[in-house]
Write a protein that binds this ligand. Structure first.
Ligand code: FMN
Length: 314
């Protein structure tokens, strides 16, 4: 078989990615550590850890623990705050010549809006990804991303202040129906959807009764959550994103090239690598080359042709 030239480029909203492989928020900081392992310009995009209005220390350690086929974390949004991020971290990231997507967290709607507006004013920020798995402190404490109306209110408010950067809403899997929150985010003006964030979980030592994390509960990530993520990407693509032409950034357990193919076929336009970075920090550039090779073998000239392509039972 003659193998086609593979063009790996994709677009996520207005972000031109040279390939569909990004990093996942919180799993490679602001880029400096990862850049010791490979040239970040090889990535399709770099996603920062969550940025809040003020600097945060996060939860006391231990805040990470390994579980069977996964990892639990309760970092508690430790970050430098938006002012220091813009002054110190963003210029360093810009120098890596990779599209930068900044993940934003907050405890009130106003906080999200203020941080997102400051980031939209910085041309080096290509995308803003809203981490909506944060408690809404002012209105009852429930996470912003679990109830469609609350989520729509947040996304609408942020959308009004974000006119330049691509606005991505990162959906929580801790919901009854992910299509409902996906629809709310898309109708409120999201340019793209990313999914999934971590699944809520807990680990406890059965002999001593001591929780593995100081915070007791945490977010589950890694291979253990991949089937859940694939199902949710498929559902959101079918019900919301596909019909509206809203691209999906898929994540949850991406480690091998087969995982990338699976997410593309489920409906993702691009994928992000999180927990796998802790196993091998060079996972992402290896996936870029692996994907080029795999698409060539499949006789497929572009990952765009794989999006949603499943051979379903007749
Ligand atoms: C240590 C750690 C820190 C994380 N921090 C953030 C964060 O700050 N903001 C966010 O939106 N997601 C955060 N996540 C979630 C990941 O971005 C991702 O959605 C999730 O881990 C699933 O992908 P994975 O299985 O490839 O890790 C974090 C995950 C881990 C493991």
């Amino acid at each position: 078989m003659i193998r086609p030239e593979v063009d790996l480029s994709v677009t996520l909203g207005r972000i031109a990615m040279k390939n569909p492989i990004a990093t996942a928020s919180g799993c490679s900081g602001y880029g400096e550590e990862l850049a010791r392992f490979f040239d970040l310009s090889l990535l399709g995009a770099f996603v920062t850890k969550s940025i809040t209005l003020k600097p945060r220390e996060g939860h006391p350690p231990p805040r990470l623990t390994e579980t069977r086929a996964g990892m639990l974390n309760a970092i508690g949004l430790a970050n430098v705050g938006v002012e220091t991020f813009l002054a110190e971290k963003l210029p360093a990231l810009e120098a890596f010549r990779v599209p930068v997507i900044v993940n934003v967290a907050g405890s009130t709607r106003e906080e999200y809006v203020e941080v997102a507006a400051a980031l939209d004013a910085a041309p080096a920020v290509a995308g803003i990804e809203l981490n909506v798995s944060c408690p809404n402190v002012k209105e009852g404490g429930m996470e912003f991303g679990v109830e469609a109306r609350t989520l729509a209110g947040l996304v609408e408010a942020v959308r009004q202040k974000v006119s330049r950067a691509t606005l991505i809403v990162k959906l929580s899997p801790n919901v009854t129906d992910i299509a409902a929150t996906a629809r709310a985010a898309a109708e409120a003006g999201a340019d793209a959807l990313s999914l999934i964030n971590t699944l809520r979980g807990m680990a406890v030592d059965g002999w001593t009764g001591r929780p593995a994390l100081t915070n007791v509960t945490g977010g589950l990530s890694g291979p253990a959550i991949k089937p859940v993520a694939l199902y949710m990407v498929r559902r959101v693509w079918q019900e919301v994103a596909g019909p509206r032409g809203v691209p999906i950034l898929g994540l949850g357990g991406v480690q091998f090239v087969e995982d990338v193919l699976e997410f593309l076929r489920a409906g993702a336009t691009a994928v992000a690598v999180g927990t796998a970075n802790f196993v091998d920090p060079e996972t992402a550039p290896k996936l870029v080359e692996g994907l080029r090779e795999a698409l060539g073998r499949l006789g497929c000239g572009s990952p765009r042709d794989m999006v949603g392509a499943m051979d379903l039972p007749k």
